[in-house]
Structures are given as structure tokens and as C-alpha cells.
Design a protein around this ligand. Structure first.
Ligand SMILES: Cc1cc2nc3c(=O)[nH]c(=O)nc-3n(C[C@H](O)[C@H](O)[C@H](O)COP(=O)(O)O)c2cc1C
Length: 151
């Protein structure tokens, strides 16, 4: 029997590139686990089908005015009703980049709880561009998501 790949969706918004870099580190970690396929999407382009069809999800946002970026909020707004009840307990991880605050993580956590996603670890907070230490934590998040994902 052939193994069917587990699909990890990484949805992020990034204006300046910091959160994009963080998303790529999460993807690197997920790819280290066997039979894993990574779909990495800018939040404004991520679809309802992307969310429905994934086996685990990572959501990433910069902290803009102590709240998540509008692009990620748009993704949540578009996908909530169409996926309600069908994404309960989906393994999830959160990553937020910030300029020294990071309060936006609360807004992301709150919405993920409303979707009833199941967190695989504490949210990862990164100040600015990920350095090698935070990249290691982001890679770990990707690995944990891929390990928790079930086909
Ligand atoms: C419009 C705007 C608002 C911001 N507000 C905050 C803030 O409230 N708290 C904070 O810690 N950083 C804030 N920042 C800094 C960003 O969160 C930080 O630079 C982040 O890493 C940018 O991610 P990006 O490069 O993926 O866009 C703000 C940046 C912008 C552009």
C-alpha cells in the first residue's frame, strides 16, 4: 500500500518579509517528517478548500497595532462558516512576529480557539526577522504539526 502524504497548511500574512521568513522555517520543519506535503499560502490567497483539506495548520501574522494583520483576519472571516464543525481538533500552531510588543498573539489564539483547533505547542513569538534561535523553535513547530497530523 502506498502511503498518503499528510498535508500541512501554512497560512501567513507578511508585508515586510519577517513573517514570510518565519513561515518558511515552519515549512522546513514539517518537511523533515516523512510523508508530509507542505502547502504554504499568503493569507489573502488561501482558500476554504485549503483549510478543509489540510491535516494540520500553522497560522502566522505580524503584530500590527497589537492585533493580527488584516490579511489573516480576512482568511478567518472567509473560512469560518463554510468550515464550521469540520475542522474541530485540527492540529494547529501559531507564530507571530513583532517589533517588541507581540500582543497580537492574543487575537490569533482567540480566533483559533473559536475554530476549535487543537494547539500542538505554545505560540512562537519572534522579534523582527527570525534569528537562528527562533528559527529552531519555528522548525520545531513545523515538526510537531507534521507529527500530530493524521491522514
Ligand atoms: C502598521 C504596523 C503596525 C505595527 N504595530 C506593532 C505593534 O503594535 N506592536 C509591535 O510589537 N510591533 C508592531 N509593528 C512591527 C511589526 O509587528 C514587525 O516589524 C513585524 O515583524 C513585521 O512583520 P512583516 O515583516 O512580516 O510584515 C507594526 C508594524 C507595522 C507596519
Amino acid at each position: 500500500m502506498t502511503d498518503v502524504n499528510k498535508k500541512i497548511l501554512i497560512v501567513y500574512h507578511s508585508q515586510g518579509g519577517n513573517t514570510k521568513e518565519a513561515a518558511e522555517a515552519v515549512a522546513k520543519g514539517a518537511k523533515q517528517i516523512n510523508n508530509t506535503e507542505v502547502v504554504i499560502k499568503q493569507a489573502l490567497k488561501a482558500t476554504i478548500e485549503n483549510l478543509k483539506s489540510c491535516d494540520a495548520i500553522a497560522v502566522g501574522s505580524p503584530d500590527y497595532f497589537s492585533y493580527m494583520a488584516g490579511g489573516l483576519k480576512d482568511f478567518f472571516d472567509r473560512t469560518y462558516y463554510p468550515t464550521q464543525g469540520s475542522v474541530t481538533d485540527k492540529p494547529c500552531g501559531i507564530f507571530v512576529t513583532h517589533g517588541g510588543g507581540g500582543k497580537a498573539v492574543k487575537s490569533v489564539e482567540s480566533i483559533c480557539n473559536t475554530f476549535k483547533f487543537k494547539m500542538v505547542m505554545e505560540p512562537v513569538l519572534v522579534q523582527g526577522m527570525p534569528d537562528s534561535k527562533s528559527a529552531t523553535t519555528l522548525i520545531d513547530l513545523g515538526k510537531k504539526l507534521a507529527e500530530a497530523a493524521k491522514r
